[in-house]
Design a protein around this ligand. Structure first.
Ligand code: ZN
Length: 243
């Protein structure tokens, strides 16, 4: 994916590169990937197809989902190539076979999870996914497959920062368990990092990029953008399970 990074169309994830996993978040310059927006779908699809083509040396397939702010993490298994849009999910995981996986975003947190074996996951975590602990769910799924959480690397990518995001008392209580009477700032990435550490992950990093502070570079729903960037991770598990 060097050319995306070289052209400034994506923000790479150094923590994933360090364990040999391709991962990045696209920028405004790469265009929107939001199917179902006002932009003509052929323009959007052309970007998806270009992305799948660019990723094909790494993985012959690209999965994404109709996202619903839930906590469903889809485990992708061998048996298909091309582009797959799964219904109603907010996370992707591949433990067995090379698979590029993407979530669409414009303020919510893209959470990248990688293992030195090449197994990987990416999840979309807004306040609902964070309250539903979707990141921990993905970590537990990887742990159940025999990967030690202490060996996992977690990175929270560009998203709205704690200074730019506040929530009402009900949401704040769902996220933190604490009672407040007023709208209160919340740092979703800090909450996700803490939850990953509770799940046993030792290496957790957070991007300095905020979709609102850096709105020239990233789409931000709260700033009024209808476009969506993508967070992409390419799993390339080295050990294929017997079938
Ligand atoms: Zn900010």
């Amino acid at each position: 994916m060097a050319w995306w990074n070289d052209l400034g169309l994506a923000e790479p994830v150094p923590a994933m590169a360090a364990i040999g996993i391709v991962a990045f978040t696209t920028t405004r310059g790469a265009g929107s990937f939001a199917l179902g927006s006002a932009e003509p779908s052929d323009a959007i699809w052309s970007r998806w197809l270009a992305l799948a083509g660019a990723l094909s040396p790494h993985a012959p397939r690209l999965a994404f989902a109709h996202q619903v702010h839930g906590a469903t993490v889809v485990t992708h298994r061998p048996g298909w190539n091309g582009i797959l849009r799964v219904p109603d999910a907010d996370g992707h995981l591949s433990l067995e076979t090379p698979t590029a996986m993407a979530v669409t975003l414009a303020d919510c947190v893209p959470v990248f999870i990688g293992h030195p074996s090449g197994a990987a996951s990416v999840v979309h975590s807004g306040w609902q996914g964070t309250a539903a602990r979707i990141t921990e769910k993905a970590v537990h799924r990887m742990s159940a497959a025999g990967l030690d959480p202490a060996d996992l690397v977690v990175h929270c990518g560009p998203s709205i920062c704690g200074q730019c995001y506040e929530v009402g008392p009900e949401v704040y209580q769902k996220l933190t368990g604490q009672v407040t009477a007023y709208a209160t700032p919340v740092d979703l990435r800090a909450l996700i990092a803490e939850s990953a550490q509770r799940a046993g992950v030792k290496e957790v990093s957070v991007s300095i990029a905020c979709t609102r502070h850096h709105n020239d570079r990233f789409f931000s729903h709260r700033t009024g953008d209808i476009g969506r960037q993508l967070a992409v991770i390419v799993a390339h598990p080295q050990v294929t399970s017997p079938r």
